[in-house]
Design a protein around this ligand. Structure first.
Ligand code: UDP
Length: 337
């Protein structure tokens, strides 16, 4: 039994490859390396450089490696980019998933785990958000993932496939041993930007909106450590192999931290000060996004190990320090208060 992981050289994909490889699972990766890095893969994991939507490639890999399950990460993930170029998102996310599902059904693969997103909810009426909340995505990114979820649902019903669609909340942090982390240049994630500021790669961080009706005026997010999320994929695989049926699950901890609290955590764990500036609200931002986690906790055998904001910040920082050393950036700059 082998698991095909598309996008396995990317941020969440590579942490999942590592987690599965560490449990002795056979994995094979398809990644076009548009944002991923082959160096993020553990030694011995076969990598096929190409598109997850290339049906010939996928069918060949399934046949040659005895693939019994697919975990599909490959795709584009930047909301603002999806606003500027929606068709790229419908191609890279929706059309790719369609082709991958077609290859899977033709090859008889009956287990599928899909990377979805809390962005499918849009602006929720209530938080924490349960899976049955209305799906009203506000961006082509969210729409492209929701359309993929719908295709997955219909394909599973028609072909007797079982699946787990995991709706990620705010994924952050890095491997606790700093073997891998978020390496993609130009990342827009809050914690990545905060650790770039803490390592002197940015001279400040903007807080987008301090006038929201929240305790400190900034937005609230449910940050989940990437290694816990990777373990959730392993648990989802076990669930499917044990005969579990189609299910959609929120992936978060069910607890929110504000943007300002998150930046403070990076300051605290780094011991480095950096400028924080109040800025206008970012268009399209949702005020509070926190997962209702009852279903994932009831469905999967999954116990998070890193449900602590300072731990997430410390691991993100350790990885950023390492990246900087690898690039020859020297010691991080400490700035005075
Ligand atoms: N954010 C911020 N400054 C930044 C980057 C992000 O204030 O430099 C805020 C952003 O406005 C949002 C939260 O941090 O309220 C999380 O943003 P991110 O892009 O990390 O994830 P999202 O929740 O938008 O998917």
């Amino acid at each position: 039994m082998t698991v095909l992981i598309t996008g396995g050289a990317g941020y969440i994909g590579s942490h999942t490859v590592l987690a599965l490889a560490e449990t002795g699972e056979n994995v094979v990766v398809i990644d076009n390396l548009s944002t991923g890095f082959s160096s993020s893969l553990p030694e011995g994991v076969p990598l096929f450089i190409g598109d997850a939507g290339d049906e010939n490639l996928v069918e060949g890999v399934i046949a040659s490696h005895g693939v019994d399950a697919i975990i599909h990460f490959a795709g584009s993930v930047i909301v603002s980019e999806s606003m500027r170029d929606p068709l790229a998102y419908y191609r890279n996310n929706t059309m790719t998933t369609r082709n991958l599902l077609n290859a899977a059904t033709k090859s008889g693969v009956k287990r599928f785990i899909f990377s979805s997103t809390a962005a499918v909810y849009g602006n929720p009426d209530h938080t924490p958000v349960p899976e049955e909340a209305p799906t009203r995505p506000l961006s082509p990114y969210g729409c492209s993932k929701l359309m993929s979820e719908i295709m997955l649902h219909d394909t599973a019903a028609a072909h007797g496939m079982n699946y787990v669609a995991l709706r990620y909340f705010n994924v952050a942090g890095a491997d606790p041993q700093a073997r891998i982390g978020l390496s993609t240049a130009g990342a827009t994630h809050l914690l990545k930007i905060a650790v770039e500021a803490a390592t002197g790669q940015r001279n400040k961080i903007d807080v987008f909106g301090t006038d929201y009706p929240t305790p400190d005026g900034s937005c609230i997010r449910d940050f989940i450590h990437v290694s816990d999320l990777a373990q959730a994929h392993g648990a989802a695989l076990s669930y499917l192999r044990d005969g579990g049926g189609p299910v959609t699950l929120n992936c978060g901890y069910g607890r929110g931290y504000s943007v300002i609290e998150t930046i403070e955590a990076v300051r605290r764990v780094s011991g480095r000060n950096f400028a924080v500036q109040c800025a206008d609200r970012r268009p399209g931002d949702i005020m509070t996004m926190v997962a209702d986690t009852r279903r994932i906790r009831a469905t999967l055998d999954w116990t998070p190990q890193f449900d602590d904001l300072d731990t997430i910040a410390a691991h993100a920082l350790a990885w950023e320090d390492k990246l900087l050393r690898q690039r020859g950036g020297g010691a991080p700059q400490a700035m005075s208060a």
